[in-house]
Ligand binder design. Structure first.
Ligand code: UD1
Length: 430
């Protein structure tokens, strides 16, 4: 298994191109199931989660072409992917495929809407919490689906005339639930209103693409979305929105290591809450016409007090990274996690580098220390593992991170992007 070695203490200077968002690319690829025509997605990040989803969609009969080979191409640019679900050959998503990635459960809505039936394995456990799918099933049942749980599978059937528009009221903001409802309701008969919808930019990106495909959707980006169902959707071209979590992560890398970097292709409004927190911590953030410029030169880091929340709040997907950063703040920070119940696995690993963190239920108190010292550490999940990279950039000596396959799920060319700005970082294969 690959490891990543970082020798801390180098400032970061230069430009980091921000990839297309993993969390937008996955539902957009799944939306290809809704049409017989070609859906072409531009700027799809080259990640293991994307490859996994290709396998899952391939199993349903989706023909997938990747345009542009990496050789001769800009190695940091995303791929153009053409997905063609002319006919769906299989409406079952088996356990072996779904268990590798939770978001693959989202195929249930579009399969049901287009084919009238689907059988999708329940995604099972997840390192960061139980992450149930009850809201997703509830949304589809509101649209008239009959769903039984049989042998670990959700077996769903649409009524004989197809799904029917309905009012869907989510008890809690759910990104996957909103994606599922959006896709299924787009092909339902009549009007659907989603209340307490997720407002994440990735939801807006999916809605924008569905509208280009002929869907009639209004209100995406607010907590009430209205969808007037149409009988067919067509193909389109769509560029995946920039990855705000990747951008926030590199902003924290610069904040930690010091230096001056432009995060190319991203705008502050995608991630205002995190940039506000960084500003409060003493980091300079400036929107330029090339992207967001992040710099910290000389001054220390101030402690912060944050709570994770759905968009536009501070994202849970940046909680671990922020914790990595404030381990070196001049004072005590507090971070409270409200979205997932077990998202503190990075605490034990950060402590191995010398961080002083006290956990109390869903809150962590981080007492800033003057320095971290490099050590071997282990990646435990996608976002937790990158918090170790952030800490390693400032730790004295070498930090070696094992199980980096977690990182490969969500960070395209991480070592190349950081090394391009002066970090001493390398992948040790095997
Ligand atoms: C998505 C993101 C993930 C991010 C999360 C929250 C993708 C591929 N993943 O995950 O990176 O951390 O949003 O911003 O886009 N819940 C239920 N029942 C359900 C569904 C969710 O109780 O049926 C709960 C979850 O356990 C969690 C909360 O609702 O506590 C939010 O989860 P949700 O927004 O659905 O997360 P995902 O869509 O899985």
């Amino acid at each position: 298994m690959d490891r990543i070695r970082i020798t801390g203490g180098k400032k970061l200077n230069g430009v980091i191109p921000i990839s297309g968002a993993k969390n937008a690319a996955l539902p957009l690829m799944i939306a290809s199931l809704l049409t017989e025509d070609d859906l072409t997605l531009l700027n799809v990040p080259r990640l293991s989660d994307v490859s996994n989803l290709r396998r899952i969609l391939g199993n349903h009969g989706v023909d997938i072409m990747i345009a542009g080979k990496r050789n001769g191409d800009d190695p940091l640019s995303g791929a153009n992917v053409r997905l063609s679900a002319r006919s769906i050959s299989d409406t079952t998503a088996p356990y072996e495929l779904v268990s590798t990635m939770r978001a693959s459960f989202w195929v249930l809505g579009p399969l049901l809407a287009r084919m009238g039936e689907a059988k999708v394995s329940l995604p099972g456990g997840c390192a960061i919490g139980t992450r149930p799918v009850d809201f997703l099933l509830m949304a589809l049942e509101r649209l008239g689906a009959k769903i039984d749980i049989e042998n670990g599978y959700a077996v769903a059937k649409a009524p004989s005339g197809g799904l029917k528009g309905a009012e869907i009221d989510f008890p809690k903001v759910t990104v996957g639930g909103t994606h599922t409802a959006l896709m299924a309701a787009s092909l339902a008969n009549g009007t659907t209103v989603i209340h307490n919808a997720a407002r994440e930019p990735e939801v807006v990106d999916l809605a924008d693409c569905l509208v280009k495909m002929g869907a009639r959707i209004s209100g995406a980006g607010t907590s009430t979305i209205e969808i007037k169902g149409v009988p067919h959707l067509r193909g389109t071209h769509h560029a995946v929105v920039a990855d705000r979590i990747e951008a926030g992560t590199y902003a924290m890398c610069v904040a930690m290591a010091g230096g001056d970097v432009v995060l190319q292709g991203v705008k502050t409004n995608l991630l205002q809450s995190a940039f506000d927190v960084l500003t409060e911590a003493g980091v300079n953030i400036e929107q330029t016409n090339k992207g967001v410029r992040v710099s910290r030169n000389g001054n220390g880091l101030k402690p912060v007090n944050i709570t994770t929340d759905p968009f536009p709040g501070f994202p849970t997907d940046l909680q671990a990274q922020l914790m990595g950063l404030v381990t070196l703040a001049d004072g005590t920070s507090k971070i409270t996690e409200t979205i997932f119940e077990n998202r503190f696995m990075h605490v034990a690993e950060l402590s191995r580098l010398g961080a002083k963190i006290h956990l109390d239920g869903q809150s962590a108190t981080i007492e800033g220390v003057p320095k971290l010292k490099g050590a071997p550490v282990m990646a435990t999940d996608l976002r937790a593992s990158v918090s170790l990279v952030i800490a390693g950039l400032a730790a004295e000596g070498d930090t070696t991170i094992s199980r980096v396959y977690h990182l490969d799920r969500g960070f395209e060319q991480l070592e190349a992007k950081l090394a391009g700005c002066g970090a001493e970082i390398e992948r040790i294969t095997g």
